[in-house]
Design a protein around this ligand. Sequence first.
Ligand SMILES: *Cc1c(COP(=O)(O)O)cnc(C)c1O
Length: 407
Amino acid sequence: MPKQSDVLAADFLVKIAEEFGTPVYIYHAEKIKTQYEKLQKAFHKADTRFFYACKALTNINILKYVNSIGCGLDTVSIQEVQLGLKAGFDPKNIIFTPNCVDLQEIIAAKDLGVIINIDNLSILEQFGNKFGGSYPISIRLNPHIMAGGNFKISTGHIDSKFGISIHQMRHIERIINSTKLKVTGLHMHTGSEIKDVDVFLRGVEVMLEMVQHFPDLESIDLGSGFKVAYQQGDPETDIDLLGRKLSEAFNTFAKTYVRPLQLWFEPGKFLVSQCGYFVVKANVIKQTTANVFVGVNSGFNHLIRPMFYDAFHLIRNISNPKGTERIYTVVGNICETDTFGWDRKINEVREGDYLVFYNAGAYGFEMSSNFNSRLKPAEVLVKEGKPHLIRRRDTLEDLLKNQIELQ
Ligand SMILES: *Cc1c(COP(=O)(O)O)cnc(C)c1O
């Protein structure tokens, strides 16, 4: 868990829940800055830039805050690009790294002037034929086989749909040579939650082998995958060690290239996971023959990570922090099995108590839905100690907004 000073206090969360209602997502702006500064400090020895992977959390106020602290933006859809521009990002600070989108979407991004990562040969060729001499691009590589051995990680492995295989280098070169495409960046994103520093180091090794094929490079983008702790004792990417080792390896290599190279990263979770708190209310305490369930006023329609990824979120009772610890299974209120956590030790829960899920900033609200025709939660941003409503709770009108009632 983060340092105490980094964490919003339980009684403050209760006050916010009382003022804005539950379920509610609460974000702590300054925590995002703390995380950004940790990255900057860890990588200060190399010329490094960070782009916030905003699919983790796209509320416009979060985007504006991220822009205000000097961080760039990584986007995966044209809508995220448009949101980024609306939030005030300079297009030069926005990377567009889509997967399996059509050429029209890539051209729309080009017209907006953002940095484009192309991740398949078909689009590379079509884009090259149209804009070869005029619009430099980056290429997303899939590094699956490493020098000296193989390894598999979630998006960099041989069966992954992401990136252009490094074994297709000859084909990439063919396209570049015949279309005069200028490749200014190489990109790889091997997956989320990598705690092993060596995985990043092996990734950088492969990338550095690839650069000889590209004479116009300005940056190497290693994506993300920095892991954060979701509970006490959870392994976490050792960011200082990673920064030191990777900067060293990168600098040694970069010296051999024809021009200075920048090292880029696209952290999502690392920047916003711990800034977020999801507060719900205990509706029902239900004793069965096998279990004591706490049924809360939420479900996987609001926070799907526990069910979708088997993710662990620490749950605390903020209304009764001194109560006797009991064992509970925390479930949601939708008609589907939606268990947030089995056999959790939580201070005694009474009906009406507020519970908090920690580390709810990344892929929380962003993956929410209206399943069961339930309303999406409100979002609150705490900035300089004050809570601000940044998204009102859905209403019934929101559910009907785009529906067309036939007469
Ligand atoms: C999702 C994603 C990220 C961010 O991953 P995290 O695990 O949230 O840090 C970065 N780059 C790309 C291309 C992504 O798709």
